[in-house]
Design a protein around this ligand. Sequence first.
Ligand code: 3NM
Length: 529
Amino acid sequence: MGKPAVDYALYLVTDSSAAILGDRSLSHAVEASLKGGVTIVQLREKTADTAHLTSVARQLHGITRRYNVPLLINDRVDVALAVGCEGVHIGQDDMPLSTARQLLGPDAVIGVTVSTVDEALRACAGGADYLGIGTVYATPTKTNTKEIIGTAGVRHILAAIAAAGYDTTPTVCIGGLNGSNLQRVLFQSAAPAKALDGAAVVSAVMAAPDPEAAARDLVGLVRNPPAFQLDMDMGKGKGKGKGAAAADVSSVLAQVPAVVRSVHDATPLSHNMTNLVVQNFAANVALCMGASPIMANYGAEAADLCKLGGALVVNMGTVTAEGLANYLTALRAYNHAGRPVVFDPVGAGATSIRRAAVKTILSSAYLDVIKGNEGEIKTVFGDDGGGEQQHQQRGVDSTSTLDAPQKARLVRDLAAREKNVVVMTGATDFVSDGARTFAVDNGCEYLGVVTGTGCTLGTAISAAVASRPADRLVAVIAAVLHFEIAAELAAERPEVRGPGTFVPAFLDELFRIRQATARGDLAWLARAN
Ligand code: 3NM
């Protein structure tokens, strides 16, 4: 017979509790999910007695066999033996892997739940056929989970097992996965040397009104790359903050005029969901740079706006419950359309509501760019439910200041974790895509005393990434330089005597830099620092 070849793309774990299955029949739900394309099934009934469990297992095995899909039993080697199904799935507190293997033989499929690198390495060394890595996100389906590890935790485990030579051991992740986060989780979890083979779900299929349709949607999401992953150049440079190789700096700088110019030429839409204080200023900044701003806080409008070739800025400066729901609707629309989004987690650490909002946004949407000040970026970094670098943030409160190398490391680590571009603003700004990290020393002190300058930088970035989504790092650096050099030039004007006179001069200089660049006059860029 030999071990069956298993496709791990969409792994269904059953749950016949009233909260999940309601009064529907387990076998109907499982058969419907198989019709929809589920590729492997695990019968998981934590409370059923042995006689009942064996009978359910036998019935389900009759069904799964017709679809040529393996059936595994959670924890119960005896039941797997009794019904002759393909194998078992064991948790860390269940029977040891070696004992299960002895009892079931070499051809049985045996999977192991892991939530740490140690557990994963032990399971691989012990001959597990696959790993179930979790818990990715907190889920009402299983409340006694040991650890919520986030996508960063999954990625850490994948990197470690690949480094130990287990790069061919299949892996799925589990916990809180559904149609709205699945592609992003698979994308963000992938380590350079190893990606997940699939995803395991309970409620997304078992609790769905139509499990067949739900399974069909999910399997489609697993098998296709997300729209935001397409055409994305993460960059392969090796820049490291101020020590970035000169070639990296000069090659990025060489591309800046093209970005400024493409905003001027393409007039991309900058869709702002932003706070009341900065709407007018942000719209003026977008216009001066050549973009077309729209201030649209109603999330449902994003379904149309995301098709116009622009980018979205979500600035949670005046977050409300309704506002958060609107952000999520809009973020999903832009993610689905593959259009860039910029997240500005204003005051992220200020209140528990804001911390929760950051967590919800991070676990619900892919964010092409995250821009914030030091405190905000620290909060975002510490708020994904764990991960390999989280310990670095513990004990650092939001008022303490990091030194330059620490800031560079933080933006790099966050960008690597989120697979995006992170900008930390300050006297020196740090920008990283996880591989290349740059420091920008431009700007002027007036930026710190005029309301909304940080927020409008988010708008400026949205205009640039809208016109240059394939290299977001270059786009972000171009926006930062355009913005901050305009501020420097404005501050030097004779008529500027303080923050009040600075603002109109700043808008003028944003506009003049854009016009000069369109003419081919790049003198302003000589100030890049
Ligand atoms: N195991 P849902 S989380 C069965 O972390 C199970 O090992 C987990 O349910 C683990 O897809 C989980 O409804 C429940 O979130 C997953």
